[in-house]
Design a protein around this ligand. Structure first.
Ligand SMILES: [Zn+2]
Length: 485
């Protein structure tokens, strides 16, 4: 029996593009060798050297990010734009010479943004910058106007009495800490996921939160929310960080803050989304699948360059490097552009369900979904003898700044359902220090993507899939106990 502990809350916190703040464990000793020592000891094979030279000298990943953000733009899960992006991906996968290129469709709940306006009515009338969270219900057309109940943190709302917020607009603040591994996202994200539920339980009319983000720009951050249990679905929007600061300054001057809020998104019923899939069929072990990918959908405010055009581009670019060099991997390399990640990992669950009888042949899985920053570490759930093969990959990446990192990994948000079913996961950890400045805002655009950083990612991914494919090990011989997140 595999023992995989993933609470529903940790799934929630992983939704919509978090770098899993993978917990360190003592079960995987960290290499004590320095990068310099490794460089001296390990010489790259000629094939790996040419893979890395090709990747670092090219724009394989960047060109794909440029293409999808320019030719499609924003791509909300289940939208007509996401459907166009699937057709785009089929063309690109076919141009790449992949086999079995196809779309696997599934249905998702459609949601469309409407008007979004917020203003301070009293004591200092002024407009605010707000955006509705994905899945939010709407206010009446005329909006709602009410006194504000202020909670400095989500935890204080959670601890509040079960009534007393009748007729109020709840404002939940709380700052997210910046971190290279995105560790601040999970804690900060609770108010986005559950703020409306907790406020509604206590009788509130509507909710505004300080955006889940680390920037100081006047852009609110959207992202999926959900209503739990049988609560009345009250509308919820995110204010930009400077607007949240403004409300806190006003509140310091007295508690007579009154807001007006108009959010008119609407649900549009069941709509079609899909995953796009293509393979390089393995030359010796075609039944063994190494699955990599990113997610094709994005939020609607930006053009989805860092989230997750980058992941689609990086993984596509890695496969393209092998194709450029006419390399024929022993195992099957499967490239997936997942749909509807942002609205609840719906493509990931659809993939795991559709392929459930064959997940035992998925020997490694990994997603790139943390922007376009450089890779700095490799993590994997693989233990036992096969772990050595993955340590060899890290040694071949050490000169690119990639260390071996102890601890668990989800493999990426869209890998979670597969991993729960026992598929071994691997992840190239990226520097996401600035990721949550842009995440789910209008600022998620191509100009934020650095070509050299993308090329470093492509070099690491191409090295990883090639060496993982060639190694004479069984990745599935992983110890029974996999303790999650
Ligand atoms: Zn993402």
């Amino acid at each position: 029996m595999k023992k995989i502990l993933l609470s529903s809350l940790s799934i929630l916190s992983l939704m919509a593009c978090q770098a899993p703040s993978d917990t360190s464990t003592s079960s995987t000793p960290q290499s004590t060798e320095t990068v310099e020592a490794i460089k001296v000891k390990v010489s790259l094979s000629p094939t790996v050297e040419s893979i890395q030279q090709t990747a670092l000298g090219g724009t394989h990943g960047y060109d794909i990010i440029e293409s999808v953000t320019t030719e499609i733009g924003a791509r909300v899960g289940g939208s007509p734009e996401e459907a166009k992006a699937r057709e785009w991906a089929v063309r690109k996968f076919t141009e790449l010479g992949l086999s079995n290129v196809h779309i696997e469709e599934f249905e998702v709940p459609g949601w469309v943004r409407g008007d979004e306006e917020a203003e301070v009515i009293a004591p200092f009338p002024q407009k605010l910058h707000i955006t509705a969270l994905g899945g939010s219900s709407a206010t009446p057309e005329a909006g709602v106007e009410a006194d504000v109940a202020y909670f400095p943190t989500y935890e204080e709302l959670e601890a509040a009495p079960v009534d007393g917020l009748e007729g109020k607009i709840v404002f939940i603040s709380g700052r997210m800490e910046k971190a290279h591994d995105g560790a601040g996202y999970g804690p900060a994200n609770k108010k986005r996921q559950l703020g409306a539920t907790e406020a509604s339980k206590r009788g509130a009319l509507a909710v505004v939160i300080r955006s889940v983000g680390t920037d100081s720009h006047r852009f609110p951050h959207t992202g999926q929310m959900r209503y739990l249990e049988d609560v009345k679905p009250v509308p919820i929007g995110a204010l930009s960080a400077p607007d949240a600061d403004q409300l806190e300054r006003i509140l310091k001057r007295g508690d007579n803050l009154r807001l007006k809020l108009k959010l008119t998104p609407r649900s549009v019923g069941s709509v079609v989304s899909g995953n796009v899939i293509g393979d390089i069929v393995g030359s010796e072990k075609p039944e063994e699948i190494i699955l990599i990918g990113g997610h094709l959908d994005s939020w609607d405010l930006g053009t989805g360059a860092v989230d997750d055009g980058a992941g689609v581009g990086i993984t596509y670019g890695a496969v393209q490097v092998l194709k450029d060099l006419n390399l024929k991997p022993k195992r099957t390399i499967r490239l997936v552009a997942f749909g509807s990640e942002e609205i609840g990992l719906l493509g990931a669950f659809a993939y795991a369900e559709k392929h459930k009888d064959n997940l035992k042949n998925h020997v490694l899985a990994s997603e790139s979904d943390f922007g376009a920053g450089k890779v700095y570490a490799l993590r994997t759930t693989v233990q036992g003898e096969a772990r050595g093969a993955l340590e060899d990959i890290q040694k071949s990446l050490a000169h690119l700044g990639v260390k071996m990192e102890a601890g668990d990994t989800s493999g990426g948000p869209d890998i979670i359902p597969m991993r729960r079913a026992g598929v071994p996961a691997i992840r190239l950890q990226q520097d996401g220090y600035d990721y949550f400045d842009l995440h789910h805002t209008p600022d998620d655009t191509l100009d934020k993507v650095n070509k050299e950083d993308v090329a470093q990612n492509v070099a690491a991914w191409a090295t990883m899939i090639w060496m993982a494919s060639e190694a004479d090990v069984d990745y599935r011989e992983t110890p029974e106990e996999v303790v999650g997140e």
